[in-house]
Design a protein around this ligand. Structure first.
Ligand code: SAM
Length: 217
């Protein structure tokens, strides 16, 4: 236990602060959330390595730095309500839930969604709700969102996600012309039909599969 606390502290210093992440709430959440509880027991000892790790259903838990970077790019406030597309292990939703008021998260693989729910309950993270479905459609019932994080790479920003942003809301999503390459992109809603767009370098995510993403493989 203590060993993991120390590994986590070192991860934040060596992998995250050192690469320029400064948001205090994000750094504090990354220091608190036990990443080892979001991976299979057999790879638990690798939980704090500097990269993505495999989870069930052929998916991945994102690199810690990428989770921190996306959380910071969301410009989070403690009063914010956010949506995540691509729950996966639940790690990124858990980190966000320590930073903002409420997190809704959508996962297309029922097994992953159910496992993530169990983890949130076991850790007492009770401001996260999980939905099984196609996250490219968003989760209209709880919109508008102050922030939307998409943890998989799509060909474009899905229209429902742009529309479910509050005014001033931020959408952070990897966007690219093929399933192998994306650019981390942030859209900020400035008006009914107006979004500012900014990019933050090349990234590599598993594909966003759905109506507003890629076709099912
Ligand atoms: N945030 C996750 C974590 O912290 O473990 C990592 C997510 S993994 C890189 C991407 C996830 O997006 C996968 O679990 C995949 O099944 C999911 N996904 C892909 N397309 C989706 C869609 N249209 N709706 C919901 N989830 C989707």
């Amino acid at each position: 236990m203590e060993e993991y606390t120390e590994l986590r502290r070192r991860m934040v210093v060596d992998q995250i602060s050192s690469r320029g992440i400064t948001n205090a709430a994000v750094l504090s959440a990354m220091t608190d959330v036990p990443r080892e509880k979001f991976v299979n027991e057999n790879i638990r000892r690798s939980a704090y390595t500097d990269g993505p790790l495999p989870i069930a259903c052929g998916q991945t838990i994102s690199q810690p730095y990428m989770v921190a970077l996306m959380a910071e790019l969301l410009l989070p406030l403690s009063t914010d309500v956010m949506l995540e597309v691509g729950t996966g292990s639940g790690y990124a939703a858990a980190v966000l839930s320590r930073v903002v008021k409420k997190v809704y998260t959508v996962e297309r693989h029922p097994d992953l969604a159910e496992e993530a729910k169990k983890r949130f309950a076991a850790l007492g993270y009770n401001n996260i709700e999980v939905h099984i479905g196609d996250g490219t459609l968003g989760w209209a019932e709880h919109a508008p969102y102050d922030g939307i994080l998409v943890a998989a790479g799509g060909p474009r920003a899905p229209r429902p996600l742009l529309e479910q942003l509050a005014m001033g809301g931020r959408l952070v999503i990897p966007v690219g012309p093929t399933q192998m390459e994306q650019v981390l992109t942030r859209f900020i809603r400035r008006g009914e039909e107006q979004w500012d767009e900014e990019t933050f370098g090349e990234v590599r995510f598993v594909p966003l599969i759905g109506a507003g993403g890629w076709q099912v493989q």
